[in-house]
Design a protein around this ligand. Structure first.
Ligand code: NAD
Length: 278
C-alpha cells in the first residue's frame, strides 16, 4: 500500500487513489497539471501526457517519483496506442483516464472557418474518443476503471464567440453517455466535469490588450460571492477535486453523468429588486 505522508503521531494518511495508475492528458500546465499534482498527493502513479514536452516533463519531475511524462498528441490514434502500451508495460494496468486536453477558438460563427472548427473538433472531441478507445481493453482486463472528460460550463449553455468550442464540449457529454452504456458491463465508469474556471493560458490569446485573465476568471462565478476573493489556482484546484471524486472509488455509483463545478452559473439568474436578490 502506498503512503502519502506521515501524520502527527507517525500514522500514515490513506490516499484516495492509492494503488491506481492514471493518465491525464493536457497535464503540462493549467487544470491538467493541477489534477496530476492532486492525484499524486492522493497516492496514484500518474502519467502526464501532452504535446508540450519540455513543460510536461518538468512538471512531472517537480511532482516527484510517482509522476511520469509521456509525449502525446491526442488527435493521433497511433500515439494513444503507444502511450497506453507503455503505461501497461511499466505499471501493469490503467485505472483512470482524464481527457483534459483541449484547445479554444474564439470567433463569431459567421467568422469561423471550416479549418478552425475542425482543428477544435480534432483535439476536444476526437481526442477523448480515441482516449476511451485506447484504454478500454486495459481497463477491462484490470477489472474496471474510471474515465473523466473535462468539459466546460460551455457544455451546458450557449455563449457568443465560442461556437466551435461549445460544440465540442456539448459533444463530449453525449460521447460520455454512450461510453458509459457500452463499457459499464466491464466495470468502466465514464463521466464529465463541467467547470467555469480554467487556465489563463487558454483564454489569454483572445483577451483584450492589457486585461489580466487570471484576475478576471474569479469574477465569472458571481452566484458565489466569495469566489471573487479567491486566486485562480484555488478555483482550478476545486476542479481537480471534482475530477478526483469521479476518478476514485468514492463515485462507484456514478456513470454517464456530469459533475457541474461552475459556481452556480447555470442555476439561473438573479433578478434585482425581487426578494432574495443582493
Ligand atoms: N481555461 C478555461 O477558462 C476553461 C474553462 C472551463 C473548462 N476548461 C477546460 O479545462 C481543460 C483544461 O484546460 P486549461 O484551462 O488547463 O487550458 P490550457 O490551455 O492551459 O491546457 C490545455 C492543455 O492541453 C494541451 N493540449 C492541447 N492540444 C493538445 C493535443 N493535441 N494533445 C495533447 N495535449 C494537448 C496543451 O498543451 C495544454 O497543456 C480543457 O478541457 C478546457 O476546455 C477550461
Amino acid at each position: 500500500m502506498l503512503a502519502i505522508g506521515d501524520c502527527a503521531g507517525g500514522e500514515t494518511k490513506m490516499g484516495r487513489l492509492d494503488g491506481k495508475v492514471a493518465i491525464v492528458t493536457g497535464a503540462a500546465r493549467g487544470t491538467g497539471a493541477s489534477i496530476a499534482r492532486l492525484f499524486a498527493e492522493e497516492g496514484a502513479r500518474v502519467v502526464l501526457a501532452d504535446v508540450l514536452e519540455d513543460l510536461g516533463a518538468s512538471v512531472a519531475r517537480e511532482i516527484g517519483a510517482s509522476a511520469h511524462f509521456a509525449a502525446l498528441d491526442v488527435t493521433s490514434e497511433a500515439a494513444w496506442q503507444q502511450v497506453v502500451a507503455d503505461v501497461v508495460a511499466r505499471f501493469g494496468r490503467v485505472d483512470v483516464l482524464v481527457n483534459n486536453a483541449a484547445v479554444l477558438h474564439v470567433a463569431a460563427i459567421v467568422d469561423t472557418s471550416a479549418e478552425d472548427f475542425l482543428r477544435v473538433v480534432r483535439v476536444n472531441q476526437l481526442g477523448p474518443l480515441l482516449g476511451i478507445k485506447a484504454v478500454a481493453a486495459a481497463m477491462r482486463e484490470g477489472g474496471g476503471g474510471s474515465i473523466v472528460t473535462v468539459a466546460s460550463v460551455d457544455a451546458l449553455r450557449g455563449q457568443n464567440g465560442v461556437g466551435a468550442y461549445a460544440s465540442t464540449k456539448w459533444a463530449v457529454r453525449g460521447l460520455t453517455r454512450v461510453a458509459a452504456l457500452e463499457l459499464g458491463r466491464f466495470g468502466i465508469r465514464v463521466n464529465t466535469v463541467c467547470p467555469e474556471a480554467g487556465s489563463a493560458f487558454m483564454i489569454a490569446p483572445y483577451a483584450p490588450p492589457g486585461v489580466d485573465i487570471a484576475q478576471v476568471i474569479p469574477h465569472m462565478q458571481p452566484t458565489l460571492a466569495y469566489q471573487k476573493t479567491r486566486a485562480l489556482d484555488e478555483l482550478i484546484r476545486d476542479v481537480a477535486y471534482a475530477v478526483l471524486y469521479l476518478a476514485s472509488d468514492e463515485s462507484r455509483s456514478c456513470t454517464g453523468s456530469d459533475l457541474v463545478c461552475e459556481g452556480g452559473n447555470i442555476a439561473g439568474r438573479i433578478v434585482k429588486g425581487m426578494p432574495g436578490a443582493r
